[in-house]
Design a protein around this ligand. Sequence first.
Ligand code: SF4
Ligand code: SF4
Length: 139
Amino acid sequence: MDHKHDQTPPPWRLFPFAGTAFKNLFSKPATTGYPFEPAHYPDRMRGHVRVRIEDCIGCGLCARSCPPGALQVDRAAGSWTIHRFDCVQCGNCVNVCPKKCLDMMPGYTAPGPVKAVETFTRAPKEPPKTPPKPEDAKT
Ligand code: SF4
Ligand code: SF4
């Protein structure tokens, strides 16, 4: 047999991934157990927009600066609406809000059969309390 032209690779080259496979048997998995365990989000992740509606003044700057038009603000009704699946997490609304009542929070909107729309409405302000008049106290 002419060994010069023998193309058979040496035995250790027949299983090139054997070393990697063997190493992986004894190392931690590179993947996470989600959805069977909670997802871990990095600290500065831009997952979804949160509004602290009680601080919103209804100026509408956020809605006007939203590239995909995912926000609606109704000043008269005191409501702030976000179309979650239209939001591209650019953070413009957070940057322009004069009241700093918007944040980008970790965590994505859960998937679902319909496009998620959320509306937050400010509680109506209570009228200022006036001290009782003396004549009211007599009755
Ligand atoms: S993060 Fe960007 S896309 Fe999402 S609501 Fe704010 S401005 Fe619109
Ligand atoms: S920019 Fe801020 S204060 Fe103005 S409507 Fe949007 S959330 Fe409210």
